[in-house]
Design a protein around this ligand. Structure first.
Ligand code: ZN
Length: 251
């Protein structure tokens, strides 16, 4: 049995000086299965090295929805070439961010669809980023027979149920640790256990100011969810690991 982190950026430049220590701390804390998001050449090289040594480290590749100021379509061809070469286990993160990048909405929609096509063609699951865009995200996901997870979920229980119906897991991050985060805590209490995933999104979304978020911190999120749900940590670990594994069970 292991902890899992369904969305982290282990290849990030922010970890260049201490990536080995971060990985060692993860493993020492029984975080043995992670999904590494790679949206740049730099991160990809680092993630490939890690994947070689750690069979539980899955690679997800994509063009990030916040990275479309340069929306040259040749980037999609280049991504496809890299995917053919690196054989990721997942496509992501992909999706829509109308909160931070409303001005690139049109290109986000185009690149989201194009990358869902890739996932469909390769029969790979997807790691979905959606901010202030639930309705469009859901409408588009319903058009593709692709499976995956909704990363860092912060929406309503009703919307979560619709994503689940469309075939998606709901993944919760450090936001549930904030005492004033009423809604995510209420939603995480109601998600069916067989649809629940847990993540850090590290190095982003640190729950503690000044602390560099890292995958081993996922343990704190597990502990809080086990308290909210009133189940013991081993039961939670077992469920979430089974959900994590099922994303990749066809591969
Ligand atoms: Zn992310």
């Amino acid at each position: 049995m292991t902890y899992t982190d369904a969305h982290c950026h282990l290849g990030t430049r922010q970890y260049d000086t201490d990536r080995n220590e971060i990985v060692n701390r993860m493993l020492a804390n029984e975080v043995n299965k992670v999904i590494m998001i790679s949206c740049s050449k730099h991160d990809l090289q680092e993630c490939l090295k890690l994947r070689k040594d750690h069979p539980g480290f899955k690679l997800a590749m994509s063009i990030h929805p916040q990275d479309l100021e340069d929306h040259d379509e040749s980037r999609l061809e280049e991504l496809w070439k890299d995917i053919m070469e690196c054989k990721p286990e997942m496509i992501g993160e992909i999706g829509l961010d109308y909160y931070s990048h409303p001005h690139t909405k049109e290109y986000q929609l185009e690149f989201f669809r194009a990358q869902l096509e890739m996932a469909k063609e390769l029969n790979l699951p997807v790691n979905i980023h959606s901010r202030k865009a639930s309705k469009d995200t859901l409408d588009i996901l319903r058009q593709y027979s692709v499976k995956g997870l909704i990363h860092s979920y912060s929406g309503s229980i009703e919307m979560a149920e619709l994503f689940i119906k469309a075939g998606y897991y709901i993944s919760f991050g450090a936001s549930i640790l904030f005492p004033n985060a009423k809604r995510p805590r209420e939603v995480v209490a109601k998600i069916p256990l067989d649809k629940l995933l847990i993540e850090t999104d590290s190095p982003y979304q640190s729950p503690v100011k000044g602390h560099v978020h890292e995958p081993m911190d996922v343990v704190n999120i597990y502990e809080e969810i086990s308290r909210i749900r009133g189940i013991n940590i081993d039961e939670l670990k077992q469920c979430v690991e089974a959900n994590f594994d099922s994303l990749f069970s066809h591969q």
